[in-house]
Ligand binder design. Sequence first.
Ligand code: NAP
Length: 318
Amino acid sequence: MADSKIRNILICGSGPAGLTAAIYTARANLAPLLLAGPQVGGQLTTTTTIENFPGFPKGQDGNQLMIDMEEQARHNGAEILYEKASSLAREGDHYVLETGAGTLRAYAVIVATGASPRLMGLPSEQTYWNYGVHTCAVCDGGFYKGKSVAVVGGGDSAMEEATYLAKLCEKVHLIHRRDEFRASQVMAERTLGTKNIVVEWNSVVDEVLGEQESERKKRVTSIRLKSTKDGSTREIPASAMFLAIGHTPNSDWFAGVLKTTDSGYLIVDEHLQTNLPGVFGAGDIHDHHYRQAITAAGYGCQAALEAERYLVRNGLAG
Ligand code: NAP
């Protein structure tokens, strides 16, 4: 795929922000190329029903929503490549991206690489990663039907994971480090009203405990909790632990080139432009405040319109 051709626009990321940008720039005859990245469709592919995306009165499956957005982008003329970018650099009047498919060039770039689930950093979390420690109940909850499991976190994601698992599992321990949830009231109330969810308030995970026969034969049996009030510890039986403790922006690939906050979120101005002219940010890569599918899609639209204006203003659109 590597070529010396300079495209109008490259879009990195295939969540709602990237795909919306692809739809808009394709419809503006800019022939965008979208690099889908390592998680095609982004985080929505790992959620359950999306109930708050306008246009779906009965909700929509997250994975299906992304399949449809991708089809819409293609239908409008966007090209999609199942590769990711590993670097970005300016060269004269355009940008050069190193990708899994070789070097690609474009006059404008939309960075929509989103964010990934945060981990706690415990060694035992790594030991049992994918063998009882997970970050997606929809993907992996089915392995623990009828068992006791745990969810960590106090935000909307944790509420969503816990209520989903409560339908499959005998009991869900919801571990939260404070005595009140960060989650929206409606989701917190739904969680607290679910009989088989037990909230472990003022608690953090001290260790994930289990049995390990070999590297590929191991399982989680319990979780040691530590009180954030008095430091005391206790064990709860659990066959799995689902982490829902927030996200880390996927910004490593442009580190040092595009300016970010201390926590790695892309810094953009009111036109979604980064510190480099013609490079725009959209979605969870810059927005750590709203982080909704609909706001990400909105940012994708804005970035597309801004990129189009940039290309026209500078006489670069081919
Ligand atoms: P979040 O709102 O940032 O919540 C993260 C939670 O994890 C917080 O309760 C936090 O505790 C806890 N936490 C963070 N680091 C921790 C650690 N090291 N150990 C233990 N606990 C830790 O993240 P989110 O729940 O993923 O939600 C992100 C955004 O997406 C929000 O805007 C949310 O509204 C939105 N969202 C919406 C929906 C929906 O509407 N359907 C579903 C999911 C997410 P503290 O509270 O003490 O900080």
